[in-house]
Design a protein around this ligand. Structure first.
Ligand SMILES: Cc1cc2nc3c(=O)[nH]c(=O)nc-3n(C[C@H](O)[C@H](O)[C@H](O)COP(=O)(O)OP(=O)(O)OC[C@H]3O[C@@H](n4cnc5c(N)ncnc54)[C@H](O)[C@@H]3O)c2cc1C
Length: 411
């Protein structure tokens, strides 16, 4: 059996931050991180395609979804530059405000965080998979899957959500807390592809298209994004779709994505193009009608599924009405969402512990002396550094408040 003053469950971005902040605020307290994997920070290494998009210069409430007002918490903490300066991490930003380490390397961020943990004297216990948490005489007893236990006075739970289970996060701690009566929001994969009927995207696998994506439910426009959509055999992917995945939690299968496949052209310009292509290629087969406007698979798909005629017919048969429906299809190519993507394809979780379950100090109302931070809480950010910013900020708040609550208790 091990013993510590503050135990942090989960060695991800928020857990590491919480541990450092707690130790910094109250150096006399023993702080320990327990992590189920054989090392901490595994997910961090994969962030931003290995470059770690660690924050964003433009933070707005519109970038966060769920029951928390995430920005109100974030604004209570130092700016990303100040925060990373403390860890010796130089940052830079691209033209869209996305912040990265100057090194361009997620590994260097993790190394700097680990150096800070070591410098502060935080202990790491890896290979410790939390199975149960019970209240003990002077705090808590946390049991592992292999029969070990850690006694602590205070707990910080930073065990993430369900997204990317291969990186240690399978929702096990969320389920544990739910079993103890803690209320969760509706859990859905966020920052993830969205599923569509595989028949509707037949022939499009591997296609990438620059477009404007609009999300609708019951005829109401919910969100619009410009970007590149990637088609898989049963889903739409790409950052602009990732940013709409959270909507599935609220609107379920009434969610519909509409792609404007020619976002820089007016309807008139699209129709003019089709008419001139039809004249130019009157002797060609129908499947060549949109050659030169779209890649082969997308061009054939659009003509075939819109005009619904044998592709061996010639372009000479294209009528004014064909031009009209084809133009409409290109400007409003619609897909009903049939489901969320599997957890292994998701980058984040919407619907963790609901905001009304915690205080402003991120302490659980139901269980005093238990603090929470990171993705385990019911908020999710858009792609672009917003989720890591939440992890750092909520980690600071939980770590600081946890340490302050302990002051005076230690001899
Ligand atoms: C591929 C990928 C790329 C991403 N890229 C970005 C990006 O560039 N920018 C951005 O802002 N966000 C990005 N994200 C999202 C971001 O990484 C997460 O939101 C963030 O890491 C959450 O931090 P956390 O500390 O709350 O949880 P996590 O980082 O998920 O850490 C939780 C830790 O708890 C451990 N744990 C879980 N259960 C137990 C248990 N029972 N016992 C002990 N330990 C346990 C896990 O092993 C894990 O180490 C990305 C996510 C993925 C999957």
């Amino acid at each position: 059996m091990m013993r510590t003053d503050i135990l942090v469950i989960g060695g991800g971005a928020s857990g590491i931050t919480a541990a450092c902040e707690a130790k910094k605020c109250y150096p006399r307290a023993d702080v320990m991180i327990c992590e189920r994997l054989d090392r901490i920070g595994k997910k961090l290494l994969s962030t931003g395609n290995g470059k770690c998009n660690l924050s964003n210069r433009e933070l707005s409430p519109d970038n966060y979804h769920g029951s928390f007002d995430a920005l109100i918490f974030i604004e209570k903490t130092p700016s990303a530059e100040e925060f990373f300066a403390e860890y010796g991490i130089l940052c830079t930003a691209d033209e869209q405000g996305r912040m990265y380490p100057y090194s361009g390397s997620a590994a260097s961020v993790l190394n700097a965080l680990r150096l800070r943990l070591k410098g502060l004297g935080v202990t790491e216990v890896c290979g410790f998979e939390v199975r149960d948490i019970v209240q003990a005489k002077s705090g808590f007893s946390v049991a592992s899957a292999d029969g070990r236990s850690i006694e602590c006075r205070r707990l910080i739970i930073a065990a993430g959500g369900y997204a990317a289970p291969n990186m240690g996060t399978d929702g096990s701690v969320l389920r544990l807390l739910r079993g103890k009566g803690v209320k969760l929001g509706k859990i859905v994969p966020a920052v993830a592809p969205l599923r569509v009927d595989s028949e509707r995207v037949k022939g499009l696998k591997g296609v990438r298209a620059k477009c404007v994506v609009r999300a609708f439910a019951d005829g109401r426009l919910l969100r619009e994004e410009k970007g590149e959509v990637q088609f898989t055999e049963n889903s739409l992917s790409g950052i602009c779709v990732f940013n709409m995945a959270y909507l599935f939690g609220k609107y379920d299968k009434s969610l519909r994505l509409e792609l404007d496949l020619a976002p820089d052209m007016s309807e008139q310009e699209v129709a003019d193009y089709i008419r001139s292509a039809a004249q130019m290629r009157s002797d060609c087969e129908l499947n060549e009608l949109l050659t030169g406007m779209f890649c082969k698979n997308l061009a054939v798909y659009l003509v075939k599924t819109t005009l619904k005629r044998p592709m061996t017919e010639t372009v000479s048969g294209v009528t004014a009405s064909d031009v009209k429906v084809l133009t409409n299809r290109i400007k409003r190519c619609s897909f009903d969402v049939s489901g969320a993507s599997p957890w292994q394809n998701a980058q984040a979780t919407l619907g963790g512990i609901a905001a009304d379950e915690v205080t402003d100090a991120l302490e659980l109302r139901r269980f005093k002396d238990v603090y929470l931070c990171g993705e385990i809480l019911d908020t999710v950010g858009d792609c672009g550094g917003y989720n890591l910013q939440w992890a750092w900020s909520s980690g600071i708040i939980a770590g600081r408040n946890c340490a302050l609550s302990l002051k005076g208790e230690l001899k």
